[in-house]
Design a protein around this ligand. Structure first.
Ligand SMILES: NC(=O)c1ccc[n+]([C@@H]2O[C@H](COP(=O)([O-])OP(=O)(O)OC[C@H]3O[C@@H](n4cnc5c(N)ncnc54)[C@H](OP(=O)(O)O)[C@@H]3O)[C@@H](O)[C@H]2O)c1
Length: 332
């Protein structure tokens, strides 16, 4: 089989990309609890980018095959797994040392696979396991807290888009933070009412005024760095910032200790894998069912900006990092 191979992590992303090769590898065999999947498509997410740079919490032995999620057809099952699963299309998640989704075949734990409904497309199935569940899990927290308004940055990204859809269904107000004028125009055209551009000189003041006016007590932060502090410092008392991404690549800094102490503000984290582990029996299947139906009826959709072959993977990732808001790239 063909597979994309990363020989070494490199903090300089371009160097990491250039170092990647497409190689012939033996098709992996499923071991206990695993299935073999013929991959059809796999996206590149921010977590993959952090991984290539050696800055993610998953570190594989090198050289390795990157790619954490994707979709494909089960071609083999290990002993103890029902043969009837062969031929089924699944969305899968792989963080094991030996494999990755940027390859023609991969093995995944059956517990890290979601059986896709017939009407789910390959493209939407490839990006199903990470972002839709993350947006759902984050959004649930605002519902549990009976929030009137939430704030989210990276609002033009795919998680941001899904959160807006959920919020609209429940008439929850969203303050969307983007970082470019064209993203602001795009969200305005989509009917969003509250949009702030973080590159504006008076962004901190605008954020404080709007967050207090709309009583925004929960923020989803995918950026980190100074942005986390800007959010926490701007929000009204008893607010919570939930950090779920580190797109800025910078450590959180600049939090006003007085506002944390005297205004009871909280900085917390969200990790999809932990959220999944804490679900009750049958809940994951229920959420998966619900989300797949939303994709099938067109309520949710992951934007795909292009598809690339293994040999074009570097071109594809460069297109993605040059304009992440345009959508995911798929490696096919
Ligand atoms: N914690 C978890 O379990 C979990 C699970 C899934 C996703 N995530 C995180 O969720 C975040 C969003 O993922 P996604 O797939 O929705 O992203 P995406 O669709 O690839 O889009 C990324 C968005 O972030 C913007 N962005 C990139 N770098 C930025 C920066 N330094 N400052 C501000 N905005 C920036 C991009 O804008 P441009 O177009 O201007 O670049 C784009 O709008 C990522 O951080 C990802 O790691 C976390």
């Amino acid at each position: 089989m063909k597979a994309v191979i990363l020989p070494a992590y490199n903090n300089n992303l371009i160097r990491a990309l250039i170092s990647m090769k497409v190689e012939d590898k033996a098709i992996p065999e499923p071991t206990e609890g695993q299935v073999q999947i013929k991959m059809e498509a796999a996206p590149c997410n921010p977590s993959d980018i952090a991984f290539l740079r050696g800055e993610y919490n998953i570190v594989k032995s090198l050289p390795c095959i990157p790619g954490f999620e994707g979709c494909g057809i089960i071609t083999k099952v290990s002993d103890g797994i029902d043969e009837k699963f062969v031929g089924k299309r699944v969305s899968c998640f792989i963080q094991d040392d030996e494999g990755g989704t940027w390859s023609e075949y991969a093995v995944a734990n059956i517990t890290d696979c979601i059986f896709l409904k017939n009407k789910m497309s390959i493209e939407q199935g490839a990006c199903f396991l990470v972002n839709p569940f993350t947006a759902y899990g984050l959004y649930e927290l605002a519902q549990e807290d009976n929030c009137e308004t939430i704030i989210q940055n990276a609002a033009s990204g795919q998680v941001g888009r899904f959160i807006r859809v959920f919020a609209k269904k429940n008439k929850l107000k969203v303050i969307n933070i983007v970082r470019k004028a064209e993203q602001l125009d795009q969200l305005k055209a989509e009917g969003e009412k509250y949009i702030l551009d973080s590159s504006a000189e008076d962004f901190a003041e605008q954020l404080k005024a709007l967050a207090n006016k709309l009583n925004a007590t929960m923020a989803y932060d995918a950026v980190g760095g100074e942005m986390t502090a800007q959010l926490l410092n701007a929000m009204p008392p008893d607010s919570e910032v939930i950090l779920y991404g580190g797109l800025s690549g910078a450590d959180v800094s600049g939090i006003d200790p007085m506002t944390v102490i005297f205004d009871s503000k909280i900085l917390s984290g969200f990790n999809l894998m932990d959220w999944m582990e804490n679900l009750e029996d049958g809940e994951f299947e229920e959420v998966s069912d619900y989300l797949q139906d939303l994709f099938i009826n067109g309520t949710l959709k992951t934007d795909i900006q292009g598809s690339y072959s293994y040999d074009e993977v570097v071109t594809g990732i460069r297109a993605y990092i040059g304009n992440m808001s345009r959508g995911k790239i798929l490696i096919k």
